[in-house]
Design a protein around this ligand. Sequence first.
Ligand SMILES: Cc1cc2nc3c(=O)[nH]c(=O)nc-3n(C[C@H](O)[C@H](O)[C@H](O)COP(=O)(O)O)c2cc1C
Length: 198
Amino acid sequence: MKKVLVTYITHSGTTRDVADAIAEEIIKTGCEAQVLELAEVKDSKEFDAVVLGAPMIIGWHRNALNYLKTHKAELAEKPLALFLTAMSLTESPKPDIPGVDLHLDPKLVAPPQKPGRFSFKESFTTLKHYLTPVLKAAPTSLKAVAFFGGRLDMYRLKWYDAVFVMLVVGAKPGEKRNWPDIHAWGASLPALLKLDSK
Ligand SMILES: Cc1cc2nc3c(=O)[nH]c(=O)nc-3n(C[C@H](O)[C@H](O)[C@H](O)COP(=O)(O)O)c2cc1C
């Protein structure tokens, strides 16, 4: 039976719940899945595939990017999928990344307020802006990337994070996780990662 590591980083729990939902779907397809916070991962050698999720915290969480960079050689040996949780994703041309399936939660993507040009804030939430550093850090074994809506609950944040999000990011509090979309992506992962259930 193929064993998948579903690992995540979270500030306030949102991305952990998404990781749990994804693992649940992977298990339903006949694979094994273990959910671990990234800080608990000692070694990914015992796994046949890795799924890594983290929130957008002005760009993808830097510990997730660092993990990709520092474990690039190890990760290159097994299929990898990434998921990103965010409160805003501004529509911009979808890049063609050979061999990588790119999924965007249709409820998260929004067109720029003025067609054809991005405002200053929107230029920090485009697909290209989010994706470029991620693709640069990822190994060649990357098979899939998904963007999901997250949740912003000011009461769960440290006060300075709450102030930062309100003043700098300008994201409004709320729940944007689209569970049917998250579950559907989880169910499609064994095929995207080219794992059979044996
Ligand atoms: C300090 C901070 C910065 C954030 N920056 C962004 C951002 O640049 N773009 C975005 O769409 N969401 C941003 N968010 C929203 C988070 O990505 C969203 O709330 C996510 O679901 C949080 O996941 P977590 O609960 O797993 O930490 C930010 C949140 C915080 C607290």
